[in-house]
Design a protein around this ligand. Structure first.
Ligand code: GTP
Ligand code: MG
Length: 189
């Protein structure tokens, strides 16, 4: 699959986003969970800035992705939640406005920490706002085989919804995630 991906814009509010009839997919998750890395892995380019320190992405960054044989879409990299450096969490403000645009939502949770209260609260929040949504567990490469089975069970039961394990490092789960995204985007709503 050939992929053309480009940075479009960086916005502080949804009102700043150019109005375009292009499907949107927003990545939601705690700071440092790997949202920006997952975007890079999905498009096979280093487009989004990543960091070992949480709080890297502070605005909503929008990327236009065109895959051969598929309609173009926008991937929206949102600031992470759970990281407030002496002030309001950028996530709340930006994400709340962004979800009003009714994007498909990918909630990213860390495969090593299934069912964190903040992630469960966020899933409830997402379910109230987005009809098209999916949960993905990041950093699955960090778990040994035995740990994976346990983590998968804990994840599925914590969210009452299947959770797809992925790795931005090994590429595991990325084809499946593209398929899930395509299925979400073709869902009528
Ligand atoms: P914020 O922008 O702060 O909200 O963080 P983010 O969710 O965008 O996380 P980011 O992609 O910057 O990644 C955070 C750290 O996790 C970086 O050090 C990445 O290299 C690492 N990381 C991300 N995805 C993976 C993965 O699948 N496997 C492993 N082993 N490390 C990962
Ligand atoms: Mg980021």
């Amino acid at each position: 699959m050939k992929i053309q991906a480009d940075f479009v814009t960086s916005v502080a509010t949804a009102a700043d986003i150019p109005r375009q009839a292009i499907p949107e997919v927003a990545l939601v998750g705690r700071s440092n969970v790997g949202k920006s890395s997952l975007i890079n892995a999905l498009v096979r380019q280093r487009l989004a800035r990543t960091s070992a320190a949480p709080g890297k992405t502070r605005l909503a960054n929008i990327y236009r992705v065109a895959r051969s044989g598929s309609a173009p879409l926008h991937l929206i990299d949102l600031p992470g939640y759970g990281f407030a450096r002496g002030g309001s969490d950028g996530f709340e403000r930006v994400a709340e406005l962004m979800l009003e645009r009714n994007p498909a939502v990918v909630l990213l949770v860390d495969a090593r920490h299934p069912g964190l209260p903040t992630d469960r609260r966020t899933w409830t929040w997402v379910r109230e706002r987005a009809e098209r949504r999916v949960i993905v567990a990041s950093k699955i490469d960090k778990l040994a085989r035995g740990e994976r089975t346990r983590a998968q069970k804990a994840l599925d039961s914590a969210f009452d919804s299947p959770v797809l394990p992925v790795s931005a490092v090994t590429g595991e789960g990325l084809e499946e995630l593209w398929t899930l995204i395509d299925n979400l985007l073709t869902t009528n709503q």
